[in-house]
Each structure stands twice: as C-alpha cells, then as structure tokens.
Design a binder for this molecule. Structure first.
Ligand SMILES: Cc1ncc(COP(=O)(O)O)c(C=O)c1O
Length: 404
C-alpha cells in the first residue's frame, strides 16, 4: 500500500517532536557535558536490589507476575501509594489509586477525558514540555497563567476561568525548579475551587527535596477537584514505567476505562518487582542516597554559576528536583547559543521549549543530576564562555542574533 493511502486524523497536525529529543540528536558527541537532558542519574538506580527481587518474584510467583492483571493495578502497590500519600498529608483510599504506565500516561488519560477542540487547559509559564505534548493531540488550547517565583498567581486564575483544568507542578518544577510555598498552595486551591477550575497536580519530584520536605500536595486542599499524578521514575527508575493517578470517584471510573482501552494495565512484572522491592523497606535509605547525590550536583552547579555566570544570568537555587532555570540578558536568544555551546562541549535546553504562549527566548534549563560534580563545573564554565562571546558580539552589532 502506498503511504499516501493513509488519511491521518486532524489531531495529528498537533503532534510535535519534543525539542529535547531533537536536540539529543545533536548531543551525541563523545565527551559532551550533558546539562540538557532530564535523565535521573543512572548511578542511583537500585539495580542490585532489583536483581534480587527479580529472582525472587520469578522463582516464587511467575504465574502471577507474567500474567494479565486488573487495570487498576496490583492491590498491594495501590495500598502502598495510598499510605505514602497519607504520610505526605493527602488522605486517600487505595480504591482511588490507579497505577499508570508512568505519570506521562496519567497526563494523556486525563487529557483524553477533559480536553477537546475549542476547550482550554491552563498551564504555568513555563511548564513541562511533555505535558504540552500530551495535551496537544486533544486539540484544546493551552493558555498560560501568570506566575511569579512562588508559582501561579492566585489573583490571575480568573483569567483562565472556564478552562477544563489548571495543570500544576508544585514541587521542584520542571523546568524552573521552583517549589510552591504552603500559603500559595492554599490560595491557589481556594481560588480554583471558587472558580470551579479543576486541578491536575503533577508531582514526580516531590521526594527529591534536599533540606526539608515540601508542603502537602495541593490535592490535600481540594481532593474532590484535583487529579494527582505521581511516579516511580525519579525515586526508583524510569525504565520501570510505573506511575499513578489519584482521582475523585467520577473521574476515577472514567480514567480506568480510558486506561483499559489504552493498554489494559501497566506491566505486571514491573508492578510485582516494585511491590517486592518496597516491602524490603529499602526506599528511605535509597532516597537518602539519591538526595545526597543530587544535592552535591545542585551545590556544584550553584557554585559554578556563581563563579562563572554571576554577571551573565540570574537564577534561584532550587531546594530539590533536578533543574536550574537561568534568565540571560533579554537581547540573548538562548537557542542561538546551543550550536556554539555544543562546539564547546556542553549542552542545555533553550527555555522556549517550555512555553505554551509567548516564550522567554533568553532563558534556559540546566540539569544537575546527569553529570558528576567536576563535569558540571566544566560544563558551566564552557557555557559561560559562550554567553560571554554572544554578549560581546551583541555589543558590536546590536539586534537579537538569529538561529543559523
Ligand atoms: C513534570 C513531569 N511530569 C511527568 C513526567 C513523566 O514521568 P514518567 O516517567 O513518570 O512518565 C516527567 C518526566 O520527566 C516530568 O518532568
């Protein structure tokens, strides 16, 4: 059959490649210091513990672990998630926990239920690129809510009243690293409730705090108006492809049906492995290790930025998560800096990838968890040189430089 025989659905015109994945093609250079990708540190994967539980699960319960299972997920895993969230301040029964194939699937399923052509979905500015990608095929329009360093401004929410939901990243946001303070969470939830604006709370980074745990989830303020998404990707390993969605009853039932149609259920073997792994009680010590490793990366980057870029950019030091967000002088277009940066041996993600509306061209995201401390320092020094050169060129020939 000739490829022209295919007639694609209208929604495919909204599918876009992830800028980050496109950039990765440029980033294959050996020796390149990768401050671009958002990959968790592979050194922190619990590989040995997983090897042990794999053997045990396959020896003791191969018939269950390799069989089809219920769409909702393994009861023991749902119970574990519910208990963990109760400890974090969100009272939730296990019957409201749906195990998903990563929180990315949660985004897709929620979008499938809530979005359609002509509808609006409100997002932070900037926001997670993967959410914009997940929402796009449902043909709704993503509209930005005004934000400051503490997150979305509650008094601006009325501007997006009528949207099907507000997508929120309260903990160590991707890309900015910001954490919404407790008081702001309350104000956002109160205002959203008043406006009848449901919330989608995406929280893959909540356990990656360095000095103190973040405030309870926003969902705790308005559980009946919030779908909460969590993930095992950043606390264990993304290759497991396990996450979860917590939703009030009417939404929950539809989510289960949408998931059933999408993939029947998440991988049974992965769920059995994670249940067994969590039963060993390893998580707290493991998280301590991951936090220590990431804190070192954060400190190395904070120090390197201070040394090399204090006169070139501004940033907030994140209290957890994986990212720094840099604001360069407004005349600089960060995307134009990427080819010379790669020449100099360092990668980053230009900020424009993360905006639904008017992008901040002079912003960029740096990850501090993929590379060891000494390479972070080397990468930041190289990036500083590239920015400095661009500034000098700009002084000689004003006007925003264009992508080659
Ligand atoms: C904010 C955010 N949400 C969701 C995801 C998807 O994570 P998962 O691996 O659970 O699908 C990511 C991945 O980086 C993320 O940064």
């Amino acid at each position: 059959m000739s490829p022209t025989a295919f007639r694609f659905a209208r929604r495919t015109s909204r599918l876009t490649p992830s800028m980050i994945r496109e950039l990765m093609k440029l980033m294959g250079r050996p020796g390149l210091v990768s401050l671009g990708g958002g990959l968790p540190s592979a050194d922190g994967f619990p590989a040995e513990a997983l090897r042990e539980v794999s053997q045990r699960v396959l020896a003791q319960s191969p018939r269950e672990a390799l069989q089809y299972a219920t769409t909702e997920g393994l009861p023991a895993l749902r119970e574990w998630v519910a208990q963990r969230l109760r400890q974090r301040g969100l009272a939730v029964p296990a019957t409201q926990v749906l195990i998903t194939s990563g929180s990315q699937q949660g985004l897709d399923l929620v979008a499938k239920l809530l979005l359609e052509k002509g509808a609006k979905v409100a997002v932070e500015s900037p926001t997670y690129l993967g959410a914009l990608q997940a929402f796009a095929p449902y043909e709704a329009d993503a509209v930005e809510v005004a934000c400051d360093e503490a997150g979305p401004r509650p008094e601006s929410l009325h501007e997006v009243a009528g949207a099907r939901a507000l997508y929120l990243l309260p903990n160590f946001q991707n890309p900015t690293g910001r954490c919404i303070p407790a008081a702001r969470r309350r104000q956002i939830a109160d205002q959203a409730r008043r406006l009848g604006l449901p919330l989608i709370e995406d929280d893959p980074y909540g356990d990656l705090w360095f000095d103190r745990a973040p405030p309870p989830p926003v969902a705790a303020q308005w559980p009946e108006g919030t779908v909460y998404l969590g993930s095992f990707s950043k606390i264990l390993a993304p290759g497991l492809r396990l996450g979860y969605a917590i939703a009030p009853a009417p939404v929950y039932d539809l989510l289960v049906q949408a998931k059933q149609a999408a993939d029947l259920h998440s991988g049974t073997l992965a769920q059995h492995l994670v249940v067994d792994l969590l039963r060993t009680g390893m998580l707290d010590a493991h998280l301590d290790e991951v936090r220590t490793r990431y804190r070192l990366g954060r400190d190395a980057m904070a120090q390197a930025l201070h040394t090399h870029m204090h006169d070139l950019a501004t940033w907030q030091v994140p209290e957890g998560g994986m990212f720094f967000w840099l604001t360069l002088p407004p005349q600089i277009d960060a995307a134009t800096l990427l080819p010379p940066a790669i020449e100099q041996g360092v990668s980053f993600v230009p900020g424009i990838a993360f905006f639904a509306g008017s992008p901040m061209h002079h912003s960029l995201r740096l990850s501090f968890v993929t590379e060891p401390a000494e390479r972070i320092v080397q990468g930041v020094a190289a990036l500083a040189q590239v920015v400095r050169r661009a500034m000098a060129t700009f002084r000689e020939a004003p006007g925003r430089p264009k992508l080659p």
